[in-house]
Ligand binder design. Structure first.
Ligand code: GLY
Length: 283
């Protein structure tokens, strides 16, 4: 079994995509509720991209928004990248399948080895894929099925792949993410805690956990960057005050609160809005 990937969290590039006006009315959402303020969602997205580009120095590839694809800003679902291999997914929602076209072209331009999930019995959203640096956990959810997980295991053969039932919410990473090497950030709800227990039982590795009161706040973006060290994009105190206090206690991190008040209304989380790539791994 592979050990901790030495360059876990190292990234040089990010792929993001603009927000189409159609997101406000037509993006998929698990709960009908408050209307999305489109201008505010676009400001949030610009601020997110600015953090990646200006603050963190990543090379950001910005794909154009497509009005016929209301969810296209959530690029994470269209591809899973690990090392120099990119798996182009077959997204669980049929209305999102064409999102992979622009993604495929962008990943090809970055000279990654592309594998396409073409099996018509398979579905997989990147939001269901948690890579810990040592192994993959794949959420079996409304969007991702067993066949999708099997294909991912076949593509990333160096790593163990275990499946985890997602009992509530849209995606596995709706209530967890990596907060550092060997550190799983997890929400407090019963389904989240159950999922963590399953992950711990199935793994040969020991993980530390960082529990936050709000499930949605457990979705954060971890990076380990030259001259910056451990970096964590996490929820703002305005959105999740109690969870933000947990992150604020982390030592030796560059902590970057990022607002996600609008995109969360259509089930968008922080990891959803970028595909992170380490081109240095490929030279
Ligand atoms: N709105 C994000 C999704 O449903 O996939």
């Amino acid at each position: 079994m592979a050990g901790l990937k030495a360059d876990f969290g190292h990234y040089t590039h990010a792929i993001v995509r603009g927000i189409p006006a159609s997101l406000a009315e037509n993006a998929l959402r698990t709960h009908a509720g408050e209307e999305v303020d489109l201008a505010e969602a676009q400001r949030e997205e610009e601020a997110y991209v600015e953090v990646l580009r200006a603050k963190l120095g990543l090379e950001v590839v910005e794909l154009p928004a497509d009005e016929s694809l209301p969810d296209c800003v959530f690029v994470e679902d269209a591809a899973v990248v690990c090392g120099d291999t990119a798996l182009i997914t077959r997204t669980g929602a049929e209305s999102r399948r064409r999102e992979t076209e622009e993604m495929k072209a962008a990943l090809k331009d970055l000279n990654l080895n592309l594998v396409e999930m073409t099996d018509e019995n398979a579905t997989l959203d990147g939001g269901d894929v948690l890579f810990t640096g040592q192994e993959f956990f794949v959420g079996l959810s409304k969007r991702t099925n067993q066949r999708g997980a099997e294909i991912l295991a076949d593509v990333f053969k160096d790593y163990a792949v275990s499946t985890v039932p997602v009992l509530e919410g849209l995606h596995l990473k709706g209530f967890c993410s990596m907060g550092g090497p060997g550190l799983i950030v997890i929400g407090s709800s019963e389904p989240a805690q159950k999922a963590l227990k399953i992950m711990q039982q199935m793994s040969d590795h020991r993980y530390d956990k960082l529990t936050v009161p709000d499930d949605a706040a457990a979705n954060c973006v971890y990076m380990n960057l030259p001259n910056k060290g451990h970096v964590l994009l996490h929820c703002t105190p305005e959105q999740y005050p109690e969870s933000a206090k947990v992150f604020e206690k982390l030592k030796d991190y560059m902590l970057i609160p990022v607002s996600n008040l609008e995109k969360v209304k259509v089930d968008g989380a922080l990891t959803c809005c970028s595909v992170l790539i380490n081109k240095k791994a490929n030279v």
